[in-house]
Each structure stands twice: as C-alpha cells, then as structure tokens.
Design a protein. Structure first.
Length: 130
C-alpha cells in the first residue's frame, strides 16, 4: 500500500486551513509541490520582480525542507509567467537555487495568476533521497 502524507511547512498552515489544499503531498518517495508564488506568510504579494521570484523559490524550498528534500531532488519544474519578458531575470534567480542537479523545466505564459500582482508560479515534483 502506498503511503501518503500532506506536507505543510511552518508558516503555510493558512494555505491548508483557508484555501483547503496542501502545499505538498508526499507519496512514497515522490513529492508533489503545489504552485508556489511570491507572497509571504501573511499572503501579501512581494513587490518587485526579482524579490517576488526569490520569494516563490524560497516557498518551494520550505516545502522541500519540510519533506526532507532539497532543490537537488527536484526532477520537474513547471513555471507560469504573466510577463515572459522577465524570463531572463527569472532564470538568473532560478540558477541561485539549482546549483548542482537540474530538473526538467517547462515555462508557460499566462494572462493572470490567483492573486492580483503575482507574476510567477512555480510547481515542482521531487524524488526524495534514500
């Protein structure tokens, strides 16, 4: 039988309680991370493209850490962008987090995201070590 566990990092409890979804779901050794955006624990959107990209990656990192994984364990990343002109800057921020092993990556342009002011959403799948 497969083991399933919701991953709710400290500071993300409001997402689970208010919006009724888990930031991550771990099934056996595979971690599915819900789309993470550039907002803080109070659900406030971070201003500035680079700062927002960084916060979105930090949020992915919180889910990875809570599951016992790192960015090296990410095997797939899908990103949604409201302005593809920011892609070069996004890649510069991404490269700060993926410094060793690289995931597959699909980038998709969209007209809007879940909250006004959001410019990127990052969804990942990781395989846990061991």
């Amino acid at each position: 039988m497969r083991e399933r566990r919701d991953i709710i990092p400290p500071g993300m409890e409001i997402i689970f309680q208010r919006f009724r979804y888990a930031p991550g779901v771990l099934i056996d050794d595979t971690l599915y991370i819900a789309g993470q955006v550039g907002r803080n624990e109070n659900l406030e959107v971070i201003q500035g493209s680079e700062a927002q990209f960084t916060q979105a990656f930090e949020n992915v990192g919180k889910v990875l850490k809570a599951a016992g994984a790192t960015f090296d364990d990410v095997v797939e990343m899908v990103t949604y962008h409201t302005d593809m002109r920011d892609l070069q800057l996004f890649m510069e921020v991404k490269n700060r987090y993926f410094t060793n092993r690289l995931p597959t990556w699909t980038g998709i342009g969209v007209s809007s995201l879940a909250m006004p002011g959001l410019t990127v959403e990052i969804k990942c799948t990781a395989r846990l070590p061991g």
